[in-house]
Design a protein around this ligand. Structure first.
Ligand code: PEP
Ligand code: MN
Length: 266
């Protein structure tokens, strides 16, 4: 059943310089100022206008790299100043929201472990409290469309009117070629319940390895998704997180060129 939310259409977001499909790219994690700047400069040269980087990283096991934290914020501000790109980061609690808003981050996203937890979602919604910022909500790790809808509703009830959804696949214990199984019927179900919410695909976390990025991205384009969030890194094999699924900005450019994009309104 279709639900009513109070939302601003994506063509009225602050991304007016960005055409559909909107491409968001950058490293899984900000590692060093040099890695962030090198990656961002190459992406910007290739026409990418929205830069992503995680500074607080939710990792499955303790002892993995958990992000550089707040010291990465000035690096991202430098990307914005030097390249003019919009900056997107992940927030997982009220402190992250506060620091990101104070730093003037342009877009916030909520990760899959966080959107699975209604208490965490409510804490973030309360911290946002009508802030003038777009928020992208990844699907929860578990294949539950209602939990995803509920997370989006909480953000909208906090007065956020620029909201997008990101499909990043779902955890499964079964063996699969994917790191996270796409279950395309779930984002399709989300779109039927919330047709006003633009939907992005994150082929990087669905795939878990770079060889699958093209076919997953093409599938998202065939389904008329509004954009893609793809991890890229200046030196992917040596990335501190998610090395196997990251690609160079140059490979990203070639991959994007290969996509057949359906033109709904020629
Ligand atoms: C990420 O975008 O790097 C990330 C941690 O993603 P997810 O929440 O989809 O696992
Ligand atoms: Mn990642």
């Amino acid at each position: 059943m279709e639900k009513q939310l109070n939302l601003l259409p994506i063509n009225q977001w602050n991304l007016a310089d960005t055409k559909k499909p909107i491409i968001i790219s950058g490293p899984c994690s900000a590692e060093t100022e040099e890695q962030v700047m090198t990656t961002a400069r190459s992406l910007s040269k290739n026409g990418i206008t929205v830069f992503r980087a995680g500074i607080w990283k939710p990792r499955t096991r303790p002892g993995s790299f958990e992000g550089v934290g707040s010291i990465g914020l000035p690096w991202l501000k430098r990307v914005k100043k030097e390249t003019g790109m919009h900056i997107a980061i992940e927030v997982a609690n009220a402190m992250h929201v506060k620091e990101a808003l104070e730093a003037g981050i342009d877009i916030l996203w909520i990760g899959a472990r966080t959107s699975a937890n209604p208490f965490a979602m409510q804490e973030i919604a309360d911290a946002l409290n009508g802030a003038d910022v777009p928020v992208l909500v990844k699907n929860p790790v578990n294949p539950d469309a209602d939990l995803w809808v509920g997370a989006i509703e909480r953000i909208n009830k906090a007065g956020i009117t620029r909201i997008g959804a990101i499909h990043r696949g779902f955890s499964s214990y079964d063996r699969s070629i994917y790191r996270n199984v796409p279950h395309w019927q779930i984002p399709i179900e989300l779109r039927s319940q919330l047709p006003q919410v633009p939907i992005f695909c994150d082929p990087s976390h669905i795939a878990g390895r770079r060889e699958l990025l093209q076919s997953i991205s093409q599938k998202a384009m065939d389904l008329d998704f509004d954009g893609l969030m793809i991890e890229s890194h200046c030196n992917p094999d040596n990335a501190w997180s998610d090395a196997k699924q990251q690609i160079t900005p140059e490979s990203l450019d070639i991959m994007l060129e290969s996509l057949i994009i359906r033109k709904m309104n020629p």
